[in-house]
Write a protein that binds this ligand. Structure first.
Ligand code: ATP
Length: 536
């Protein structure tokens, strides 16, 4: 698999991803999609919407689905009523702990720092590093500096413990920060809410504080009743939404994997409590299959069921779909999507206010007037089935995916280097992105072999016919071998060339990106041939 450096460099060189505000030095945790990146991400989101929302199983004919069901979508705002976040728990619970280093002025997420107790030359320290593939080597380098050891006197260093999280220490004494030279420069951990704050209106007092949504899910819960009341859908019903979410991550890193502004693709699937376990299994398996069908290899993708201790108190099942990203150590995986059985927690919270572990409304803060400052909406968000007349609070299965993490995984998966003949027939290394044709940013490129004899005219005609259906590229510059290479790097599955013979018999060649095979086809059949392959 390619290294992360190769991927980052290709993404910049070919216009998949740029650092946000790069000319001003960039903004940590924010990324812009370039001309190829936007098409790739759009295609991934479009495939998700097509497959999950529009092609849902309403006639119960797809294998594995427990019953026919409905699917629909919404597009809610980025800023919601602040009460939404109080009832969802984000206001009180959505935080990480961070520590600052007084010496290096760096900030770390507590659970992202690991360390080992080491002694040498009569000194002792908990030597730390940031979690990641370099952690062990980094710890050793820190220890050598701190204990003043050379490589050949490294055996003077004794590690007294295995690697453990900084969060496991009860007090921070004798701790050497990941980038510090002296002991005990880390501050005590502080809680840090991950929601971005903003102010509504011109005057902007404390009461006007609002938050950018940290997930799209809550927009769906608060609209559940609206959707049911304005449509004729019966449960089971999934409501989908995709859009931006914001989290003020303490340590954004690993390219777009952990960003501060990112896009989510979420479904809240509402069903009868007695059927929810079956639907949980259905969505878990269906979502896993979706990545496989779009070309992620099963060797790098895994479905990990959470252990009981990992589950939220309201959840009876949660699974993560994880990908072996190249920035991780062998055997490590990063989350692409979580599928959670959320019970009736969310709807109930929005009805009754924030709930404790036994689902009783928690004691609420009292305002100056002695009245509770906030509680649930007080609205009845239960559902009455029009046929059975049964009334209940639906259970929810939530497949929650990240569009940016999926895009990054598809790029990592597609990246290959192989040997292919150049324009002089010599074998050369080529970089090729083997995207599934459905998500490839450019579906086909059209070239006249040379820029004369009527070839450009015929090529342009084919280009225009294709362009009405999907993103295609016309190129008449440089040798044709060079043009093929450029399309390989962009992941274009098919290149169509108009040559001398085309002018005689109205045929063109189509070159396949992966097999490098070329076939000849009547020009009149090109649109149908390409469409069949890229619009599955
Ligand atoms: P993590 O543990 O990696 O922070 P999470 O469990 O908090 O992720 P969820 O709240 O379940 O993530 O969000 C659902 C999906 O949204 C994730 O699976 C991921 O694809 C995406 N996502 C969450 N946070 C980020 C982020 N900071 N940058 C990019 N994508 C994200």
């Amino acid at each position: 698999m390619a290294s992360m450096d190769q991927i980052v460099s290709l993404c910049k060189r070919r216009g998949f991803l740029f650092q946000s505000s790069e000319i001003y030095g960039g903004l940590n945790g924010f990324w812009d999609y370039g001309p190829l990146g936007i098409e790739l991400k759009r295609n991934i989101k479009e495939a998700w919407w097509q497959d999950m929302v529009l092609r849902h199983d309403d006639l119960n004919q797809q294998p594995g689905s427990p019953a026919p069901y409905s699917m629909t979508g919404i597009d809610s705002t980025l800023i919601l009523h602040p009460q939404v976040w109080k009832c969802s728990g984000h206001y009180d619970l959505f935080h990480d702990f961070m520590v600052d280093c007084r010496e290096s002025k760096k900030r770390y997420r507590l659970d992202q720092v690991v360390g080992r107790w080491g002694t040498a030359k009569g000194k002792r320290a908990f030597v730390t590093a940031q979690v990641g593939d370099e952690a062990a080597a980094q710890m050793e380098r820190q220890a050598m500096k701190f204990f003043n050891l050379r490589a050949k006197s490294l055996d003077e260093l004794t590690w007294e413990s295995d690697s453990q999280s900084l969060a496991d220490l009860s007090e921070f004494t004798e701790v050497l920060g990941p980038d510090a030279k002296n002991l005990d420069t880390l501050t005590t951990p502080r809680e840090f809410n991950l929601m971005f704050k903003t102010t509504i209106g011109a005057l902007g007092g404390e009461d006007d504080t609002a938050f950018l949504r940290p997930e799209t899910a809550q927009g769906i819960f608060v609209n559940f009743k609206n959707v049911i009341d304005s449509t004729r859908y019966r449960l089971p019903l999934g409501i989908a939404q995709m859009g931006k979410s914001f989290r003020n991550e303490i340590t954004p890193r690993n390219f777009t994997f952990r960003s501060r502004e990112f896009e989510q693709m979420e479904i809240e699937f509402f069903c009868h409590p007695q059927e929810s376990a079956d639907w949980y299994r259905y969505w878990r398996d269906r979502r896993m299959q979706w990545y496989l069908d779009l070309g992620i290899s099963s060797e790098r993708l895994r479905l990990r069921e959470h252990e009981e201790a990992e589950l939220s108190h309201y959840s009876t099942g949660t699974a993560d779909i994880e990908y072996a990203f190249p920035f991780l150590e062998p055997g490590e995986y990063g989350e692409l999507e979580g599928i959670a059985h959320r019970g009736d927690f969310d709807l109930r919270s929005h009805m009754e206010g924030k709930l404790d572990e036994k689902r009783r409304p928690l004691e609420v803060e009292l305002g100056e007037d002695g009245k509770p400052k906030w509680r649930g909406s007080g609205k009845d968000l239960s559902y009455r089935d029009e046929i059975t007349n049964e009334k209940y609070i639906p259970h929810v299965i939530e497949p929650s995916a990240g569009a940016d993490r999926a895009t990054l995984a598809f790029i990592c998966e597609a990246y290959h280097e192989d040997q292919a003949p150049d324009e002089d027939g010599k074998m050369q290394t080529r970089t090729v992105l083997r995207f599934h044709p459905r998500i490839a940013p450019i579906k086909a490129a059209v070239f006249p072999l040379v820029k004369k004899d009527g070839m450009p005219e015929m090529a342009k005609e084919i280009y225009l016919a294709l362009k009405r259906r999907f993103n295609v590229f016309y190129d008449e510059k440089a040798a044709v071998g060079r043009r093929y290479r450029r399309q390989d790097e962009a992941g274009t599955p098919y290149c169509i060339t108009v040559d001398g013979q085309s002018l005689q018999d109205q045929t063109v060649t189509i070159r396949d990106r992966d097999s490098l095979e070329q076939i000849r086809l009547p020009a009149s059949e090109v649109v149908a041939w390409i469409s069949e392959r890229v619009m599955q």
